[in-house]
Design a binder for this molecule. Structure first.
Ligand SMILES: NC(=O)c1ccc[n+]([C@@H]2O[C@H](COP(=O)([O-])OP(=O)(O)OC[C@H]3O[C@@H](n4cnc5c(N)ncnc54)[C@H](OP(=O)(O)O)[C@@H]3O)[C@@H](O)[C@H]2O)c1
Length: 306
């Protein structure tokens, strides 16, 4: 364990993605000096820039909130997906090892094939169905091979008030259409980017302050599970409460009725017990976090004082 006075600088890669944005407005410990870098200065697809940047900055922690996240587009751009999601993280891990830094990195539920009947634990075998899932799995393996002091957080179904995500897509479609069909045979855990960011901050704080901690791979998503249809229903319930237009009917459809270039696992529910045991981190119930995101997206009028 480290003396926290010796480990206070944190370099976060990605500030304008969903999780990066939440890390930028998160409450870090007072001892932490947090710097953010974006693609124009550190391009994960160019490992030479990665090593040089990290070596120059010499942070105590690197948090990688950046990735190639276009799941369907990755099917036709595998080289780019692997460059950003495997080669970039491999270079990050090399650079962290060289300077003695710890690396916190995000992975995905899409490393699994969905054939398990129950929630996935960290030890279950992976078998990605998509280029995106394979590229993320390759990045995880590259980090684990190179660097002991790593924390890989596998998250799922991420949303926030910024960026492109399912919540914002549903609100847009709900305002445009009377009837929607939403996939009801894929099961997963909606995760608020704000909760993911809080988990990162808590992990960095535990390691930096020399409190009990563990390195390795951890599932990290919202508490509770649903289907895309159940998620959509909750979004529309919340939207209606906040006065937004919603569709009259939201039908349950099968995966086959909504074909996409990339295959998705039918079950990607993640068991987050390991993160709770190692760090005491338990994300809020997914519906509660969804409510907070909707509050941010749809600010309610404030009562006018007399
Ligand atoms: N979104 C999900 O549902 C989901 C689910 C499971 C796991 N995850 C994982 O969670 C992490 C964060 O996801 P997110 O949803 O916050 O991502 P996001 O909103 O799509 O943001 C991705 C970020 O990565 C940056 N980026 C892309 N290519 C880059 C490159 N070559 N070099 C440097 N930066 C680059 C983007 O910058 P530009 O704006 O310049 O492109 C953007 O800031 C990722 O590791 C992702 O795989 C996400």
């Amino acid at each position: 364990m480290q003396d926290f006075a010796m480990s206070n600088s944190i370099l976060v890669i990605g500030r304008i993605g969903q999780i990066g944005f939440e890390l930028a407005r998160g409450s870090w410990p007072a001892w932490a000096t947090v710097d953010f870098v974006e693609r124009d200065e550190l391009d994960l697809a160019r490992p030479d820039t990665v090593g040089r940047y990290v070596a120059d900055m010499r942070p105590d922690f690197v948090v990688n909130a950046a990735a190639y996240t276009a799941v369907d587009q990755a099917e036709s751009e595998p080289d780019m997906a692997f460059a950003v999601n495997r080669d970039g993280p491999a270079a990050l891990a090399d650079a962290c090892r060289d300077i003695g830094a710890a690396l916190v990195h995000f992975s995905t539920d899409y490393v699994f094939d969905g054939s398990k009947p129950g929630p996935y634990t960290e030890d279950d075998p992976i078998n990605p169905l998509s280029v995106y899932g394979a590229s993320k799995a390759a990045g995880d393996a590259a980090i684990a091979e190179r660097l002991d002091r790593h924390v890989i957080l596998r998250t799922s179904w991420v949303y926030s008030a910024i960026g492109r995500n399912f919540v914002k897509t549903m609100l847009r479609l709900g305002a445009e259409r009377d009837k929607l069909g939403i996939v009801a045979d894929q099961h997963g855990c909606p995760s608020a980017a704000a909760d993911n960011a809080q988990a990162v901050i808590d992990i960095v704080a535990a390691i930096g302050e020399g409190r009990p901690h563990e390195f390795g791979t951890f599932n990290c998503c919202g508490t509770g599970a649903t289907t895309w249809h159940g998620f959509a229903r909750a979004i529309f319930d919340g939207a209606a409460l906040r006065g937004l237009p919603i569709p009259q009917t939201v039908d349950q459809i099968a995966t086959e009725a909504y074909p996409t270039p990339a295959a998705r696992p039918r079950n990607s529910v993640l068991d987050c017990g390991k993160l709770a045991r190692a760090y005491g981190i338990v994300a809020p119930a997914w519906r509660a976090s969804l409510g907070r995101c909707l509050d941010e997206l749809v600010p309610q009028p404030q009562p006018v004082a007399d």
